[in-house]
Design a protein around this ligand. Structure first.
Ligand SMILES: Cc1cc2nc3c(=O)[nH]c(=O)nc-3n(C[C@H](O)[C@H](O)[C@H](O)COP(=O)(O)OP(=O)(O)OC[C@H]3O[C@@H](n4cnc5c(N)ncnc54)[C@H](O)[C@@H]3O)c2cc1C
Length: 404
């Protein structure tokens, strides 16, 4: 029997993870990526145990350890001062690895892609391949690319992110929703933040209608990556653009009156733009014919649990495992099983990330003590996210119970 022709669209986090997972199971794959290089500047990713345990299985751990930084603690503070509201050790006492069986890393997105691509065997990533069309034919599924030859595959895995072209084929257009929130991002050298307590920790500073998240990245934690979220604008000005111009004053005025550590951080940034935060609405189908979605294309979520990339890795490994177990002879059964396994968990995380937005943005007259008690209980409440292991989530009968 000839090898199945497996095509992945997108060499982002989910696409590379899927290629690694398929190769790891002895299956050949080709990845088609629109960009001419995998080097998104200025973006960072926090990888949690549910993602890093899979990457470790592909041999990525030494590369990740060399390129990233493990936070000392997870800390929450209020917006007006530096008092700790709740904290949990991460690297300290090896607490996180002991609890969840794998590491938590802050890493530049381009470094993560470099480490993942470095573990792929052979030259399987085709850059400068922008997918423009998908069509079922009697020979297989035809993939059309701008300015390149078309390709026929037995299965196409859409790992092409929130603006997925494969999703347009599977579920139609119009799946993206603006969340009513937006973010400012920046990367600032830790040495330029003299007022920042615990610069090596991952920290949330919570205030009315806004929060600041930051963590150190790079091998020595020398840079602090921040992600500052505010409510609004109510309507996004241009749905064809994710990022709109903003000024230094826009950044500063959103955090006026906040603790000096925050105004100092925001004031140091040179990335003056506002990112809209978008999600995908729940899709009726994640697959159609020979096409299937993973990652943001299927379930883009707010980033407040840091789970978009991590759940994309989980999707990728689950799909690769099912393909290697069942083959492609009954595509409908295979892809139905895949989406049933993944839908419950990813929808739960999507919803929880939305609730978390509100929890982080409480006003001062809300019950802040109740919030503090919840945050104290964070490992118990959210262990189901970090402790997840794909190999325990491959049975439909138990997949729902893993939420608990
Ligand atoms: C500001 C911000 C911070 C975040 N922080 C975190 C975090 O800390 N932790 C976390 O887990 N997640 C985080 N996320 C989410 C995370 O980045 C995404 O969920 C994750 O990258 C999704 O992986 P993916 O493979 O589905 O898509 P992506 O990683 O976006 O990759 C999609 C790829 O497909 C390519 N592509 C798109 N269209 C085409 C086409 N037509 N033809 C060919 N190629 C195409 C793109 O160029 C891209 O390379 C964050 C997101 C944002 C916006």
């Amino acid at each position: 029997m000839s090898e199945p022709r497996i095509a992945i669209i997108g060499a982002g986090i989910g696409g590379l993870a899927c290629a690694l997972a398929l190769q790891h199971r002895g299956l050949a794959v080709t990845v088609f990526e629109q960009a001419d290089a995998l080097t998104e500047i200025g973006a960072a990713i926090a990888l949690s145990a549910n993602g890093t345990r899979e990457l470790a299985r592909f041999g990525c751990l030494p590369g990740l350890e060399a390129a990233s930084c493990e936070p000392s603690e997870l800390i929450w503070r209020g917006w007006k001062d530096q008092a700790r509201i709740a904290a949990h050790p991460v690297r300290k006492d090896n607490a996180y690895r002991t609890a969840y069986g794998a590491a938590y890393f802050g890493i530049h997105r381009a470094d993560l892609q470099k480490v993942m691509r470095g573990q792929l065997k052979g030259d399987v990533v085709r850059l400068k391949h922008r997918l423009t069309g998908v069509k079922e034919t009697t020979q297989g599924i035809r993939l059309d690319f701008a300015g390149q030859d078309s390709v026929i595959a037995d299965i196409v895995i859409g790992a092409d992110g929130i603006k997925s072209k494969v999703r347009d084929h599977v579920a139609g257009e119009g799946a993206i929703r603006y969340s009513g929130t937006s973010a400012f991002r920046g990367i600032v050298p830790a040495k330029d933040l003299p007022n920042l307590p615990d610069p090596q920790a991952i920290q949330f500073w919570m205030g009315p209608d806004a929060h600041m998240l930051h963590y150190a990245i790079g091998p020595d934690g020398g840079d602090v990556n921040y992600f500052a979220v505010t409510e609004g604008p109510n309507d996004w000005p241009d749905m064809s653009k994710w990022v709109v111009e903003a000024t230094r004053d826009d950044h500063l005025s959103a955090f006026e009156g906040w603790d000096v550590a925050i105004t100092e951080m925001v004031g140091q940034s040179n990335m003056f733009a506002r990112w809209g935060l978008f999600t995908t609405k729940p899709l009726r189908n994640w697959h159609k014919g020979r096409a299937v979605l993973i990652g943001d294309g299927a379930h883009a979520m707010l980033p407040h649990h840091g789970q978009g990339a991590n759940t994309s890795i989980e999707d990728a490994v689950t799909l690769a495992e099912l393909i290697s177990q069942d083959g492609l002879s009954d595509m409908e059964a295979l892809l139905t099983r895949f989406s049933r396994l993944r839908r419950l968990r990813t929808t739960a995380i999507q919803k929880s990330a939305t609730v978390t937005n509100d929890v982080l943005h409480l006003h001062d007259d809300a019950d802040l003590e109740a919030r503090a008690r919840r945050l104290e209980n964070f490992p118990q409440e959210f262990g189901w996210i970090h402790g997840f292991d794909v190999k325990n989530g491959l049975d439909i009968k138990t997949a729902g119970r893993l939420r608990l």
